[in-house]
Design a protein around this ligand. Structure first.
Ligand code: ZN
Length: 501
């Protein structure tokens, strides 16, 4: 039986940070994930896996393009982005007249010479396939949704959980919507409404009682009712510097543009009203350590959110380590630091050897000074570990050559490459015992909940220098023009910006 449809499937997924020194290169994708052609069909994980699960149950010929993803980092270099786009488009052009295109994108990628990477990808795909061929893309809920993205896609569908547990489901949701459109059952009509609110993600879990969870619940309550096909809520990645950045809601209604616009506007309006609730309270590292020492037992989390590898930071800050050593903490404490030179020195010395090192702030020196330490080399590894969940669930992560350095009772995990933190896979791969620790430094604003939600005695959100701060008050944007929150606490007569297709 010949296939009903021939559907092209591809993915280019990473998140970029404007404020870090290094650029993201092709080797960062090769190290994480770069699959080409039929290699894509082997995977069942991630957003592409979710797409394939649905397509494989239907009489569809899958036209595999590329699937490339990288740990968030600096802006894509010009060479890196051109190459990714060219590989994707050349793969697409090898197939004659596909019936539809499905793409797994992030939405907050940006290149040194091109702000709107996903808009550019969608525009290139649209130009090639023409206006009558459905193009559906999935996004992270931290996407910067642009006019070009909305104009060039038929439907944009974002993750609905943070921490991000639903990349597979989102891939499947987007695919079902695409198939319904191809079958002529629905006519997706999309509207995005946004307000200029930029905040970190600390108070933006979709679990429990947070302002973002409230927004998500409101938007999701409309899904499946009165022709609403899909709703998405976005907290824009605030570590980009693009024109028209904002957060809000995207609604896809069945042929009813006015309804899509009205509902999207309702999300954006509520977003603006709840803006202050999204701003967390913070601690100086020394203050957090001394308060933590007064708490019985552990773990006490030092949340160094400004150095989040999953937001593009280098992971090489030693701000928390300095505070722990200064306070002479004599209980087991765990600290992750990315420092390829120090990792190499540990490997050279070998286990059990005492060495002196300059640690930290080498990959991205603008945020602090290294610290001189003396410690004993413990476990050494090649840095490979397997993700237990999230966007890269079941896939391999790669810290590069890594070492545990014991400084008194403080154990430092020294990695060579920054890696996205999902749970405690990196510590476990180095045999570092999170359940026995008094203090644990985590470098993410949210995913620490995956491991420590039940056990942590307290989580202190730290106010430290870095490219992924929890509050945006000190960030100097160039392209993003005022007014925006938090620079402007109130904006008289603000109306949400509407993008529609
Ligand atoms: Zn995200």
């Amino acid at each position: 039986m010949s296939a009903n449809y021939r559907i092209a499937v591809g993915s280019i997924l990473t998140e970029c940070n404007q404020w870090v020194a290094r650029t993201t290169e092709l080797e960062d994708f090769e190290r994480m994930e770069f699959r080409r052609g039929s290699e894509i069909l082997e995977g069942s994980a991630g957003v592409a896996g979710g797409m394939l699960r649905v397509l494989q149950q239907r009489n569809v010929e899958i036209l595999p393009l590329i699937s490339a993803s990288a740990c968030p980092g600096g802006l894509l270099s010009s060479h890196c982005y051109r190459h990714l786009r060219e590989e994707l488009m050349e793969a697409l052009k090898r197939f004659d007249a596909p019936d539809a295109v499905l793409l797994g994108l992030h939405g907050a990628a940006s290149a040194v010479d091109l702000e709107d990477v996903e808009g550019d990808i969608l525009e290139a795909v649209r130009e090639f396939v023409g206006s009558g061929v459905p193009v559906v893309a999935t996004l992270d809920l931290h996407a910067h949704v642009t006019e070009k993205m909305v104009r060039c896609a038929d439907a944009l569908v974002a993750w609905e959980t943070y921490p991000h547990r639903d990349s597979v489901e989102t891939g499947s949701r987007g695919t079902r919507l695409l198939l319904d459109a191809l079958d002529g059952k629905v006519k997706p009509t999309m509207a995005m409404a946004k307000v200029p609110v930029l905040t970190g993600a600390v108070n933006a879990s979709t679990d429990g009682e947070t302002p973002f969870a409230d927004l998500m619940r409101l938007a999701k309550s409309w899904e499946g009712q009165d022709g609403v096909l899909s709703t998405s809520v976005f907290l824009v990645n605030p570590y980009l510097d693009c024109t028209e950045m904002g957060s809000g809601g995207l609604v896809i209604a069945d042929g009813d543009r006015d309804r899509a616009i009205a509902l999207a506007r309702e999300v954006a309006t509520m977003y603006w009203e709840r803006r202050y609730d999204l701003v967390p309270s913070m601690y100086e590292p020394a203050e957090a350590v001394s308060e933590g020492l007064r708490i019985e037992g552990g773990p006490v989390l030092l949340v160094e959110t400004a150095d989040t590898c999953g937001g593009g930071a280098a992971g090489d800050s030693v701000a928390s380590l300095k505070a722990l050593l200064k306070a002479q903490v004599d209980e087991l404490s765990l600290v992750p630091i990315v420092d390829p030179e120090a990792a190499a020195e540990c490997h050279q010395a070998g286990p059990g050897k005492e060495i002196r090192l300059e640690l930290g702030h080498k990959l991205d020196p603008q945020w602090g000074r290294p610290i001189a330490v003396k410690g004993v080399v413990g476990t050494l590894s090649d840095g490979r570990f397997r993700y237990s969940g999230g966007i890269w669930g079941a896939q391999w992560g790669d810290m590069g050559p890594s070492a545990m350095l014991q400084i008194g009772r403080v154990q430092v995990l020294i990695a060579s490459h920054p890696t996205y933190e999902w749970a405690d896979e990196q510590f476990r791969s180095m045999k570092m015992n999170t359940s026995a620790a008094k203090f644990i430094v985590v470098k993410n604003p949210m995913n620490y909940r995956n491991t420590y939600l039940e056990t942590a005695k307290k989580a202190f959100i730290l106010d430290t220098p870095g490219p992924t701060p929890a509050i945006l008050d000190h960030v100097q944007f160039q392209r993003l023009k005022r007014p925006y929150f938090p620079a402007d606490k109130d904006i008289p007569n603000l109306t949400p910006t509407i993008l529609s297709h």
